[in-house]
Design a protein around this ligand. Structure first.
Ligand code: SDX
Length: 433
């Protein structure tokens, strides 16, 4: 019967080592026993950008990149997108099970009654330049919440963790809307507890000169569905940032603000903004061949934004759902003229050897921006629309890390490539370079 072990022979010494295989992994720490001499530190694993490193055990989200599978707590994303709601999915991600009607009602009530921010937050946000990027305002203001809730430091206390998580889920739309209103030079609109999570957010964004705000049900449902699709995605760059910062036992506001910073990058959540800019730069379907040629030649390090994924080497299942949502939204808003360019770009890329060989398919960001633009959001708000739902995933992953007995403060090692020891050189002895 084959054993679940790896036998390693160190050819420097002829010694062999047996290392257990668990869950398709070996513990990299097991390599430290492999030494060329008694003074030797022992071997480490070297894996820049963690391409092949599991940094945790998690029960929250499962992805199969080859089969294009995404499941939250075991439920397929396609079923949740069709049958669930964002706050029900938030409950599922945080608690591991779908809520009963009573549990969902209580959760919605809790979130609804924590949407307000301290009035000083408005003063804090007024300090930003009028043209500050909303993601910059979001990251800074979420970090500032840490100063308003000093009890959030009690990360070992479950009750404290849960109230902070509720505050983060509830206040992100408020701070996001305030960021938008600040950049438009418009007065802030306070949350309206009579509206749903999504309708409340849209009202805080859109309401001008009226006491009430009516959102089209199709647009409300579309944004709720987009929030479901963006809620979590296992150990992506921003979640890894939240887990890493959170591992120092800092409060969750500081950890989540680190996640917002990571998501802001154009290779991550900033890609939906970059896709729109790319489609506008292409400008017409006739220009696509030249653009594709520039991407393939590496000219100016151009990438086909919204394409490719570290894990998905097939079509991102979320992109399939988003494409369907786009049709429903465009029924109401009118078709986004950039859609034809996006569809033709996808058609050409999926036939082109360069992209096929590299298994580059549309990801979650390729079509989402077209919907956001059709709904009237400026491109700068696109990554903010990613950060709002992803806050649920970040909080669920953060709490799982806090409760994981195997986790401790993250502190990787390095391969040192700098100067050997050398003596200090007095100024008068230093030769001009
Ligand atoms: C998100 O991790 C997650 O789960 C993220 C996310 C989530 O929900 O949290 O799914 C959300 O961030 C989606 C990804 C959004 N980013 C983009 O759309 C930006 C464009 N995509 C690329 O930058 C890239 O595909 C990444 C960053 C997404 C993944 O890059 P990898 O895995 O590091 O792959 P790579 O850069 O090593 O690329 C492998 C090859 C390279 O070519 P060669 O050096 O082998 O010749 O593919 C090429 C790359 O040049 N390539 C692309 C490309 N993506 C990769 N070439 C052109 N256009 C692209 N988009």
């Amino acid at each position: 019967m084959p054993k679940d072990t790896l036998t390693i022979t160190d050819n420097r010494t002829g010694k062999t080592y047996e290392v257990p295989i668990e869950n398709g992994c070996i513990r990299t720490h097991a390599l430290r026993q492999i030494k060329a001499s008694d003074e030797d530190f022992g071997l480490m694993g070297y894996d820049p950008a963690f391409l092949n490193t599991a940094n945790c055990r998690s029960a929250i989200t499962y992805i199969d990149g080859d089969k294009g599978i995404l499941e939250y707590r075991g439920y397929p994303i396609e079923q949740l997108a069709e049958k669930s709601s964002f706050l029900e999915v938030a409950y599922l991600l945080l608690n591991g099970e779908l809520p009963t009607p009573k549990e969902l009602e209580q959760f919605i009530h809790l979130v609804t009654h924590h949407t307000y921010v301290h009035e000083n937050i408005k003063t804090f946000m007024d300090g930003f330049r009028y043209d500050a990027h909303p993601m910059s305002m979001l990251a800074s203001t979420v970090a500032a919440l840490s100063g308003f809730y000093p009890d959030a430091k009690n990360t070992k206390d479950e009750q404290s963790r849960r109230i902070q998580i509720t505050r983060l889920i509830a206040k992100l739309p408020t701070i996001a809307a305030f960021s938008f209103r600040h950049s438009m030079g418009l007065p802030y609109i306070y949350p309206d507890n009579d509206l749903s999570y999504v309708a409340n957010f849209l009202a805080m964004i859109r309401r001008i000169g009226t006491a009430t705000y009516r959102v089209h049900p199709t647009l409300e449902r579309a944004l709720d569905l987009l929030f479901i699709l963006h809620a979590d995605h296992e150990q992506n760059c921003s979640t890894t940032s939240v887990r890493t910062v959170g591992s120092s036992e800092v409060d969750p506001y500081s950890a989540v603000s680190a996640g917002i910073g990571a998501l802001y990058g154009p290779l991550h959540g900033g890609a939906n903004e970059a896709v729109l800019r790319m489609l506008r730069e292409i400008g017409h379907v006739s220009k696509i061949p030249d653009f594709i040629k520039a991407v393939k030649s590496g000219e100016g390090e151009k990438k086909l934004m919204g394409f490719g994924h570290r894990v998905y080497k097939s079509y991102d299942p979320r992109a399939k759902v988003i494409k369907r949502v786009a049709d429903e939204v465009f029924e109401i808003t009118g078709k986004n003229p950039l859609l034809d360019i996006a569809l033709e770009l996808e058609r050409i890329a999926l036939q082109d050897e360069y992209f096929v060989k590299r298994k580059l398919y549309p990801n979650v960001d390729f079509y989402s921006g077209l919907i956001y633009e059709a709904m009237g959001f400026p491109v700068e708000m696109f990554p903010v629309l990613f950060a709002i739902p992803r806050t649920v995933g970040w909080c669920a992953q953060w709490e799982e890390m806090v409760k994981d007995p195997e986790q401790k403060i993250a502190r990787p090692r390095q391969i040192y490539t700098g100067s050997k020891r050398r003596e200090y050189v007095p100024m008068d002895k230093r030769a001009a370079k």
